[in-house]
Design a protein around this ligand. Sequence first.
Ligand SMILES: *Cc1c(COP(=O)(O)O)cnc(C)c1O
Length: 357
Amino acid sequence: MPRPILATISIAAMRHNLSVARAHAPGRFAWAVVKADGYGHGLHAALRAFADADGLALVEFDRASRLRELGWTKPLLMLEGAFDESDVEQARRQQLSLVVHEMRQLHWIERATRASALDVVVKLNSGMNRLGLEPAAFRVAFERLRRLAAVRSVGLMTHFADADRQGGADAALRRFEQAAQGLDAPRSLANSAAILSLPTSHASSIRPGIMLYGATPFDDRDARALGLRAAMTLESRLIAVQSLAAGDTVGYGSTFRAQRPMRIGIVACGYADGYPRHAATGTPIAVEGVATQTVGRVSMDMLAVDLGALPQADAGARVELWGDIVPIDEVARAAGTIGYELMCALAARVPRRVVDA
Ligand SMILES: *Cc1c(COP(=O)(O)O)cnc(C)c1O
């Protein structure tokens, strides 16, 4: 018998979330972002769920090949562009659209003698200072790419550092508009946060990521209020129950001490499954659909829950670590991180079940 842990991936939830993104930016080309194997949900599941997207966006060239093998014929946008010259050749063969965020990448494209019909997107650094060209180089790269016979189309893009804060992307948006002024090309700016909060950034194409998986890009607006549905449900079961006397402790380091007699359940899920070790006592969790909280330190294969609200619960009871009842964002907050990290960190040893519902 395998350990009772299971991640269920809902195609219907992901489809619904894409429709929410589209409803915020009607008529715009929608790139569904599927990097990191669809934010940990699996490339195949993402491919099925986002069949109606106009394109898929990612960073891994091996995954782009896989998507072509699996039959995806619509555009694929490589968000970090080529990592070396050979990637330009792969882009030609597999019709991958390449971001150019660095002059080196422009040189590779200019030198690619076999290249033809390349779609390229030039990226401006609008203040994140991670990837992207400065305004002057951005315009130079645009003009040079436009003149190349091998290049079929040139688009413009940037990525916001602070779109999750009210007004946080305003300065970056102004910088982009200034740098792109007069350039006749499609534009792509908006990540999930900007799709949901900054309509003036929707431009030609949107790039939703986290919202497609049913988590929030914001600190102060939860996924449910945004109309999103959890795409990943992580479940396990109680494999033991302990009765504690006042003064007894739980787990490594004895960080939790019972103030009064209490029952706790031991869940078959730990940090080796991708559950965050930093989730403190009090992290939300549900047993048999009833909301309760974790107690003590998370260990490699197990964690403990308070069964105070569940006097009947026994070994074998179902536990939701995150999903419809327990928002992944709340677990993330209790661990000092964000939903993105938890979904991407789901461990390979956790079996995944993909369901249509
Ligand atoms: C990951 C990524 C996105 C999606 O961001 P979310 O916050 O997950 O919506 C969009 N654009 C670029 C360039 C990205 O790298």
